[in-house]
Design a protein around this ligand. Structure first.
Ligand code: PA5
Length: 434
């Protein structure tokens, strides 16, 4: 097995209870046609298939990103990433997952803004940046979303106040549409370094574009590794038979469970460092499928802590959900239990076992109990928490969302509901022309 294959995602569907034989059937009658429509880039939303190419897209802009990231890594202590939804969640997901590995590296600390409107949080951010060396990466595909636009206005003023207008311009990088929107106009007027959110890539599918790659490179994440892992998963999705294609099998299983009355899909992981990946996943599936009064509601829990809050509901509450465990085959190393002579806490029976081993047993125990309690569950396993495996995981879910949305009969690539709130907010705030 070569290195790129070592990071491919595995899917296990052997805990679907009574639904198993049908839900996991690889020969689902519509699946082949749907997968072909994604491979051939046909059907509703076909103008948004650019994400399929991102794992292998390089060129001048990629080199410029690496160069600019290198400069900022040596010049600044903080990078503030300003964005919301698809313009922020993927970056945060990978950074949170990679935090233990990045801890040991020099380089800027990444902070996030523009994904909320809490006043005190902005005050603290601006106060804490005083006197520091900071850069801002403002990311907005439309260039007009209220939350990031507002946060950027505050941060731009702060940078100009601290450094003067000329130097502030060298500390601002804008990632936006190639030609449209207020942010593009502003960036060109001010002469910022800019990167492009490709026209053919929607926000929630953009993590492997400059939207995610640039801030991740500034943080010191191996973005080549991320893309290599995604490319391996992309190759499999482009060429494998359905039976050998976990992304399609996952999409089919959740679709069948939805057809059988499940209303909620719960992402459950025993790795809290993946919590923000679950937030990214919620946007991916929520925005791709929550249309025409349908779609599974994507929810998430973080175990084992949530076994002591949501565990009761999961075991005995209303039976309208499936659970998708997201497991890590080879977690980063941690401590083991040592025997003590008195054994006052009664834990000597665990002596010699690692926390990783105990965590795995906990997953087994919960998955079995939940299946017995009437919650069909599957397990998606990533080999490691590292850039190639995370790249592979994200491409896996993107492909699955495209296939799954198509099975549901909706356009998986638009988000008219999100636009509705944005337009209303403009109107209520009195934006001219709204
Ligand atoms: O998926 C989407 O398109 C949205 O959730 C966007 O990511 C979010 O609204 C941010 O939009 P923009 O990047 O245009 O500021």
């Amino acid at each position: 097995m070569n290195d790129s294959k070592a990071n491919l995602i595995q899917l296990s569907t052997d805990r679907l209870g009574d639904l198993g034989p049908i839900a996991s059937a690889p020969a689902h009658k519509e699946l082949e046609a749907v997968v072909q429509s994604v491979r051939k880039r046909t059907g509703p939303g076909s103008e948004y298939f650019g994400w399929l190419d991102l794992p292998k897209r390089r060129g001048e802009e990629f080199e410029r990103m690496l160069e600019c990231a290198k400069t900022l890594r040596s010049d600044v202590e903080f990078l503030v990433v300003v964005g919301i939804g698809g313009s922020y969640l993927g970056t945060r997901a990978i950074l949170d997952a990679m935090e233990p590995a990045l801890d040991s590296q020099d380089g800027p600390i990444v902070l996030f803004a523009g994904h909320h409107l809490e006043p005190s949080s902005y005050k603290r951010l601006l106060d804490n940046l005083e006197g520091t060396e900071v850069a801002v990466n403002v990311i907005s595909k439309s260039g007009t979303t209220t939350e990031p636009a507002l946060a950027f206005r505050l941060l731009k003023a702060k940078l100009e106040d601290m450094y003067g207008a000329k130097k502030a311009r060298t500390r601002i990088v804008a990632t936006t549409d190639a030609s449209r929107g207020a942010l593009r106009t502003l960036a060109e007027e001010e002469g910022y370094e800019t990167f492009v959110v490709p026209d053919d890539v929607g926000g929630r599918f953009s993590v492997l574009s400059p939207v995610g790659l640039f801030p991740l490179a500034v943080a010191g994440v191996d973005i080549e590794g991320l893309l290599t892992g995604a490319a391996a998963e992309a190759d499999r999705c482009h060429t494998a038979k359905i039976m050998d294609m976990p992304a399609a099998r996952y999409a089919a299983a959740r679709y069948d469970l939805y057809q059988r009355g499940m209303q909620i899909e719960v992402w459950a992981s025993f790795f809290p460092s993946l919590h923000m990946v679950s937030e990214w996943w919620k946007q991916l599936f929520g925005e791709s499928e929550g249309k025409e009064q349908g779609g599974l509601f994507p929810a998430s829990v973080s175990y084992t802590t949530d076994l002591h809050s949501m565990g009761q509901y999961m075991q005995q509450g209303r039976r309208h959900m499936l659970e998708t465990f997201v497991d890590v085959a080879n977690p980063m190393p941690g401590p083991s239990v040592e025997a003590t002579s008195a054994d006052l806490d009664g834990l000597n029976y665990l002596a010699g076992r690692s926390v990783a081993d105990i965590n795995r047993v906990a997953l087994e125990a919960v998955a079995q109990a939940h299946e017995d309690g009437g919650v069909p569950n599957m397990t998606v396993t990533l080999p490691y928490i590292n850039p190639p495996s995370l790249g592979s995981l994200m491409f896996f879910f993107e492909y699955a969302a495209a296939v799954s949305g198509r099975l549901l009969g909706v356009n998986p690539f638009d988000q008219p509901g999100v636009e509705a709130y944005k337009a209303n907010l403009f109107k209520l705030l009195g934006k001219p022309g709204a």
